[in-house]
Design a protein around this ligand. Structure first.
Ligand SMILES: Cc1cc2nc3c(=O)[nH]c(=O)nc-3n(C[C@H](O)[C@H](O)[C@H](O)COP(=O)(O)O)c2cc1C
Length: 260
């Protein structure tokens, strides 16, 4: 039996916040990026990216973004504007938008319209006053659901999604299938790193019956693999996706990106 991999343990109680931050952003990867537009009380537009972001539930439809204070402890414009207006719009960042998104992360003063600096096009919001970025493949218009104050310098803003915009051609309007390959989203890694989503694969979930069938199939082939799905697979069955005896559903066909 081969030796188990060894792990290094870090006790967060003995570490500084910055050390924890470095470990977390390098470990919880890739993270989706919320490219957030807001307006202040006077309608001034702001835009900035946040990778402490995810969709947490679909009913109610809730997304979360984690906003930290600036080093001088002042609020970032995004956090401040959501505090004042209760509204924000999250955009998904595609490969083509990566430089524009990065320009909007520059700590400009509040009077600067980052979208204009980045050469992005602002369209009027529908459910909210925040503008929608025309170049983005998707936009989620949100109303603040609740803000959690976590620690002295951070808040987690939960937003209820009031409506979503998807670029034409990216969604089957009747069936609600989203073309994830066409979306071409990028994600955030640790440090200054990013990833694309161009390396896509399917790994269908299994029912107990499908798992049992797979065990039988493997036993019949004589390879004796008995580990939990995906943990160790016989050579030639990368990811286990090909060994599942599930019927190939329409849903899976739709989700599979076209090779470009
Ligand atoms: C890809 C990316 C992800 C980021 N994620 C976060 C984040 O999750 N939380 C945060 O507070 N700042 C994050 N930042 C930094 C903010 O975008 C940056 O502080 C920005 O200037 C804030 O702008 P604002 O003051 O207009 O809101 C991120 C920056 C980049 C480029």
């Amino acid at each position: 039996m081969s030796e188990s991999p060894r792990h290094v343990r870090f006790d967060f109680a003995e570490m500084t916040p910055h050390e924890r931050y470095k470990l977390l952003i390098g470990t919880v990867v890739p993270r989706p990026i919320a490219f957030v537009t807001t307006v202040d009380e006077n309608g001034r537009v702001n835009a900035a990216p946040f990778s402490f972001f995810n969709c947490l539930t679909a009913d109610p439809a809730i997304v979360a973004i984690g906003v930290e204070n600036r080093p001088d402890m002042s609020h970032k414009d995004t956090g401040r504007n959501v505090r004042m207006t209760g509204e924000f719009t999250v955009h998904i960042v595609d490969h083509a938008m990566r430089d524009a998104m990065n320009i909007c992360a520059v700590p400009f003063p509040p009077e600067v319209d980052e979208l204009a600096m980045a050469g992005l096009t602002a369209l009027p919001g529908t459910h909210v006053k925040c503008p929608r970025i025309a170049e983005a493949p998707a936009a989620l218009e949100c109303r603040r659901y609740v803000t959690l104050e976590v620690g002295r310098s951070r808040e987690i803003i939960l937003g209820e999604v009031l409506g979503i915009f998807l670029r034409e051609g990216l969604v089957d309007v009747d069936k609600k299938y989203v073309d994830q390959a066409g979306m071409d989203a990028i994600g955030r890694m640790g440090g200054q790193g990013y990833v694309s989503t161009r390396d896509y694969f399917d790994l269908p979930s299994m029912s107990v019956a499908q798992w049992e069938q797979r065990q039988q199939d493997q036993a019949a082939r004589g390879n004796g693999a008995t580990e939990i799905a995906g943990a160790r697979l016989p050579a030639g069955e990368a990811g286990g996706a090909t060994s599942v005896s599930a019927p190939h559903t329409e849903r899976q066909d739709k989700a599979r990106p076209k090779k470009t």
